[in-house]
Design a protein around this ligand. Structure first.
Ligand code: PEP
Ligand code: MG
Length: 328
């Protein structure tokens, strides 16, 4: 992997654009400061998913507003003017906190987690929102809510966001009034009402890890059924299409931040659907960029229509494999 990195390193400073001029932002998913360094050295165009869980996991109590603010601010500053999408707390499911007693659940991924906890524990939520708002003046900070499944959840979250803004104003603390607010699309219900959700937010980011799990009813952690976890399943292609089309019709931006974003085989799909950005594990950026620099968007025109005729993941993958971008 070190070898690879060296070979690809010269791509870091190259602009992320296809040979025929389609710019596609390649951003990083990070869940620690260390990963931020890798992202920066790989020439990431920003951070498309800042998983804030680690701030809550590396200690024995909830992080205070000030502690969170310092971290968010420092990441925003290190990114210069590049976007930083901060996702609010997404614990529950596979992620636990020692000091926060979560109920024993039969189906934790379907349970008390992510935005559901935030909307229940609005004290914790507002602390995080205040910290993010305060950091927003130090860079291009955007806010993102995880696991949204209804318009009500977005409105409730935004109501608390507005309270936080009001408080900061009263305290004379600055924040970016234009801070963009988006949601993760990772629950099939959100896909089905994507047109309605698009009216409420500034951007979508498709979380394929959970979306595959929920669409196929396949626990993403269960080894017993890992062969059924198929990101290229035709059902998922339809989910992607509905989401991207809804975003485009409403004129909001749409990106992808699940593992699939960093899967080189999927790049022609993103070009064909014309998504705005891909956020991936920092280690994948240079690999995806190498392919992006050698693939014309024009050639992927019509590819998605063809893919939609495939009836199995195997057929989808075969078609993607036979799709050749131009060599660099
Ligand atoms: C996802 O679900 O695709 C995602 C990016 O979020 P996480 O992997 O943190 O659940
Ligand atoms: Mg998720």
């Amino acid at each position: 992997q070190m070898e690879d990195k060296k070979k690809l390193q010269h791509f870091a400073s190259r602009h992320s654009v296809t040979p025929d001029g389609k710019a596609l932002r390649l951003e990083a998913n990070i869940s620690s400061i260390k990963e931020l360094e890798i992202a920066l050295s790989s020439g990431a165009n920003g951070v498309g998913l800042f998983r804030t869980e680690f701030l809550y996991m590396d200690r024995n109590r909830f992080p205070r507003e000030e502690e969170q603010f310092e971290v968010y601010r420092s990441v925003a500053e290190k990114l210069g003017g590049d976007p930083l999408v901060i996702r609010t707390l997404d614990v529950g499911g596979d992620k636990q906190l020692d000091y926060f007693e979560l109920p024993e659940e039969d189906n934790p991924f379907l349970g008390y987690r992510a935005i559901r906890i935030s909307l229940d524990r609005t004290d914790l939520f507002k602390t995080q929102l205040r910290a993010i708002l305060r950091a927003s003046v130090y860079g291009q900070v955007k806010l993102m809510y995880p696991l949204i499944s209804s318009v009500d959840e977005v409105r409730s979250a935004n109501r608390i966001l507005n309270e936080a803004k009001l408080e900061l104003e009263q305290e004379g603390l600055p924040y970016d009034r234009g801070m963009k607010v988006g949601i993760m699309i990772e629950v099939p219900a959100a896909v089905m009402i994507a047109d309605m959700l698009a009216q409420e937010v500034d951007f979508f980011s498709i979380g394929t890890n959970d979306l595959v799990q929920f669409t196929l009813a396949v626990d993403r952690m269960n080894e017993e059924i890992s062969h059924l976890y198929e990101p290229f399943h035709p059902a998922l292609l339809r989910m992607l299409k509905l989401t991207v089309e809804a975003a485009k019709r409403s004129g909001i931006s749409v990106g992808v931040c699940g593992e699939l974003a960093g899967d080189m085989r999927a790049l022609p799909i993103w070009l064909s659907l014309d998504v705005d950005e891909l956020s991936m594990s920092a280690h994948s950026i240079l690999h995806v960029k190498e392919r992006l620099l050698g693939t014309k968007q024009e050639e992927s025109r019509g590819l998605f229509q063809q893919l939609q005729l495939c009836r199995t993941s195997t057929e989808v993958l075969e078609m993607l494999e036979s799709f050749k971008g131009e060599p660099k």
